[in-house]
Ligand binder design. Sequence first.
Ligand SMILES: Nc1ncnc2c1ncn2[C@@H]1O[C@H](COP(=O)(O)OP(=O)(O)O)[C@@H](O)[C@H]1O
Ligand SMILES: [Mg+2]
Length: 441
Amino acid sequence: MQQQESDQIWQDIGFTRNPYDYTPLKINKEDRSIFVGRSKEQKQFKLQVAGPQGGIAIVEGAIGVGKTSFVNTMQYDKTLVAAAPGGKQQRSPKYLPSYETIELRENTELTDFMLSVLSNCIFSLEKTHGRSASEEDRDLKAGKELVANTVRSGLGFSASILGSGIGATREIATVAPLSAVLPTVIHTMDRWFDKASEKFGYEAFLVPINNLDILSDQAVVAFLNAARDTLLTRHRVWWILIARQGFFSYLETSARRVSELVTGTPILLNPLSLKEVHQAIDVRVQRFSQQQRESKKKQHHGILSHPVPVEAVDLLYEASAGEIRYIFKRLSDLVYVFRLSFPSEMQIPLNVAKESLRSLARVRLEELNLSERDKDLLKTMAKERQFRIKDYLTFNLDKAQRLQKVVGKFLRLGLLSRSEKSRREVLYSTTGDVNLVFSSS
Ligand SMILES: Nc1ncnc2c1ncn2[C@@H]1O[C@H](COP(=O)(O)OP(=O)(O)O)[C@@H](O)[C@H]1O
Ligand SMILES: [Mg+2]
């Protein structure tokens, strides 16, 4: 659905924006104000990611649990001038966040990646201090020119940055001797960081790398190993690796020299509690309701109506084991689908909501064109709730490898999620749509 079109729907039912917005929270005041929970993890993050020396912090969690939102919220807090513990307001150095997301691709060239990071930091600096921020200083200007020149010469435009799989750009990339410019990039980058920090009072720069959870562990480790002595040890840069649960322990066994750079232990994000998910929705319904906006001064005490009955949230929470992105996505979908048929109705009756959620799930599974055998396996998996590869006999399979293969396929299709009890025990469970289709109740 087009963005404007969908915005219109929310306005039609009395909201300034979608209270079930399932995109990550951004680095701004409004989004900060709708973040709920995770107070222990917030403290851990703020203690670990502090100081001009820079380093690596790891934020781990399952898909859709709220990792990007958490990191953005923490970035927002770190941009503010902190109050001293004694209660006295004291000016302490700020941190520059990354307003754009930085993603790693398979086969990313180190030099390309560094330039992309530098470009991101320049963008954030200019967003904060105006376009002229880079103009006023020789070293800041040099940083900007390095990025501009590299991009212009086609060097920085390799396949890894502009989307892999485009044959033409990949060829350009292999022509340029990338390693030749690495020392220049490092040198220019260091001076840029030093000068930006000196001139604008930044203690350090925050650089989250957002999508490690969708790359193969091997690709990530290969990259981190290559980056170990150049990128990852830059003074004043805090790398925040956003990864799947269990990534740090994998790093410890497969890339010790990288894991040694990590400050503290990984910050593990578990699913929010059901109560917190309700709270997250309540806050948004209040904040984005037109009615609330109009009667702001009068202190609104009435219960604001939710577009979807709150009991539907319980069903989604149960089915998805608390995957908040899935919950929000399905609540949004539900409103879109319902509006198509009954635009005059503001609220969706509970039984209609429940039936529609099941039918949305069914449609999604149908679209995958699974074989009857795969469907049977999924059904058994849903009934089991959690299983391990060594449980292959439960599924009437004669070898563990057969189950492994199906599990790999289902993981790729988002039908299963993976969690690690310990380093050796990996558990799988079916995801929201599968559970909605196959659960008996
Ligand atoms: N602590 C939270 N408070 C309020 N909303 C949250 C919170 N965590 C996540 N969300 C919401 O859940 C959705 C998914 O979060 P996201 O950060 O994209 O997850 P992940 O990066 O783990 O896949 C987003 O719409 C986000 O706004
Ligand atoms: Mg994310």
